[in-house]
Design a protein. Structure first.
Length: 262
């Protein structure tokens, strides 16, 4: 049996002295998609950031392709997790407003100390923009000249620069209208199929997770209360908290069909 791409075991984390995650376990298979859902303050983003190496774990293990990367040095952790990339909720704040798109998109290449010149980097950026269905002429634009949906595509292109095996997406569609949201979800599905990458999708929106994910993990106050196949959990949740989340989402999977906006 093939080992999971990512395993999290008994993970705990805190902000200062305040515990946020409590013994979280999860498994992510290669090329699959896991939705992490819960109300605001449930620990979703903290979990994503700890897995990405942006926040420290207080205890537990993060096992990437069989290697425990939880307590490596910062440099070793960066090398071990180079195949994990993150797309943040707000591309407006995650993109440098003074940096042209080609520099933002090729940031991973630049940080690795590439000897490529400006022309080669612009060509690489153009290829990445084409991958996310943006005009290659955008390479010289600044972020403020793009729409919110276009900026989010740029953020996805930047994450793809390092050729990751896992994309962690933190509420990547929450600031977008329904039409653009559906387009971005369609793009992510296409990238997953074409590139064979896995994804962790952090969201509070059960419509989005039904559209984007194979598996679902429900967090409540930093604890996993339900974990399983997406359709099984959303169609017949077994935990009271999961049932309340589903009940608070009107017509999930029926009237609110995001395909109609694609």
């Amino acid at each position: 049996m093939t080992a999971p791409l990512l395993q999290v075991r008994c993970l705990r984390a805190r902000y200062g002295k305040v515990p946020v995650l409590h013994n979280v376990d999860l498994d992510l298979a290669d090329k699959s998609s896991l939705g992490i859902v819960g109300a605001s303050g449930s620990g979703k983003t903290t979990l994503a950031r700890v897995i990405a190496g942006l926040l420290p774990a207080d205890a537990g293990q993060i096992i990437w392709r069989g290697q425990d990367i939880t307590r490596l040095s910062r440099a070793a952790r960066r090398d071990a997790a180079v195949a994990i990339a993150m797309v943040f909720q707000d591309p407006q704040s995650s993109l440098n407003p003074r940096m042209p798109i080609w520099q933002s998109v090729t940031e991973a290449t630049i940080l690795r100390g590439t000897r490529q010149g400006r022309a080669a980097l612009r060509d690489q950026a153009a290829s990445l923009l084409d991958l996310v269905s943006l005009p290659t002429a955008f390479v010289d634009r600044l972020p403020h000249a793009l729409s919110g949906g276009q900026r989010q595509r740029v953020a996805i292109a930047r994450a793809l620069c390092a050729e990751p095996q896992l994309l962690i997406l933190d509420e990547p569609t929450s600031a977008l209208d329904l039409t653009v949201q559906a387009q971005v979800l369609e793009l992510l599905a296409q990238l997953r199929a074409d590139l064979g990458i896995a994804s962790l999708f952090v969201t509070h929106d059960l419509h989005v997770v039904r559209r984007a994910c194979d598996q679902i993990l429900v967090l409540d106050d930093g604890r996993v209360v339900e974990n399983g196949e997406m359709a099984a959990v959303l169609d017949a949740p077994t935990h009271d908290y999961s049932r309340r989340l589903v009940a608070a989402t009107p017509s999930i999977g029926k009237a609110m069909d995001l395909d109609q906006f694609a």
